[in-house]
Design a protein around this ligand. Sequence first.
Ligand SMILES: [Zn+2]
Length: 396
Amino acid sequence: MIHLTYQYKLAPTQQQQQTYDEWLETSRRVWNFALAERKDWYKSRACLIDRCSLRGEYVMSPDAPRPSFSSQCKALTQARKVYPELGTANAQMLQQVLRRLEKAFVSMWERGHGFPRFKKPGRLRSLLFPQLGKDPVRGNRVRLPGVGWVKMRLSRPIPEGFVIKQAQVVKRASGWYVMLTLQCDFEVPDILPHGEALGIDVGLSSYLATSAGELVPRPRFFGDLQRKLKLLQQRASHKVKGSNNWRKAHYKVAKLYEYIRNCRQDFFYKLAHRLCDGVGMVFAENLNFKAWARGMFSKHTLDAAHGEFLRILKWVCWKRGVFYAEVDFTGTSQTCPSCGANTGKKELSVRVHRCPECGYTTDRDIAAAQVVMQRGLAAVGQTVKMLGEGLSVGSP
Ligand SMILES: [Zn+2]
């Protein structure tokens, strides 16, 4: 089974926009209410049983169960009978808000993400409809819950043999979009390792290095735009809250933010396609991004958004029929790709790999990419040649 997500720009009427704006606001309130309920439960159990906390005391029966997805769904169904604005919004969509909250708690428990936060007005920007009726797309129109047929720009056709499973409507600075999740039932054979291999190493000084000896520089546009964004944000923060100028300034920030996101994705897709040219296998490091981002390089690492790039690379490889695998990254910068000797830990300032055993000299990131390739080949059971045994790649 394959799942694809295609995004299309919507052209909703004033009336349709108004309905979805209201639903976004309703969703936000549901989120905040459900979050408050969960928070209260935690607070009522936060202090020790034989003493009072200094800040306040939540009185709640000791056997009140922890609010869960299902208990909150039940409560929502009840509330919909009492509150008209809840009743008019799509029920499944509101349940998805609770599901998202549940997920936020699960990633806090299991992956150490932060405590879910309350959302300010306008900060909840997407509506998820888990079910659409039969044949929801006809021509260049899509039928969505609550608003009926909405015009959309059919920038690419929906592929044959796929059914539309769910729709997510997103409000961005540049307008409304729909993300359609398409599903296809036929099995696709797994891509087997074949052809030329390429190892890549995502780094900090250059954006990426390949085992073929290429260094891709960090895109400059990103730093420039980031500075511009900061300036606009500062300006926006000086406006009188709620005024016309305040709204205009915030709109500018949101527009630029969206533009940056688009630039980055465009760069990622183009780079990923280029890496797939002429190779049959791509190996990347399996980095623990979170641990890395928390360390001293957090700022650089985060704007480089390596995790997002690898996700896109994986997808592009799949589409292009290129085998993709991630390998253990520990010590890639300590191993010599030419003779396999351990060359010891390098300081980050040392940019060149120079092997004391065999004299192999190359850029540090390229050497790491070559080690990644060798580990990848070993992992898929192909014979690995050390560079010293005849492969000559990228030595300066
Ligand atoms: Zn060596």
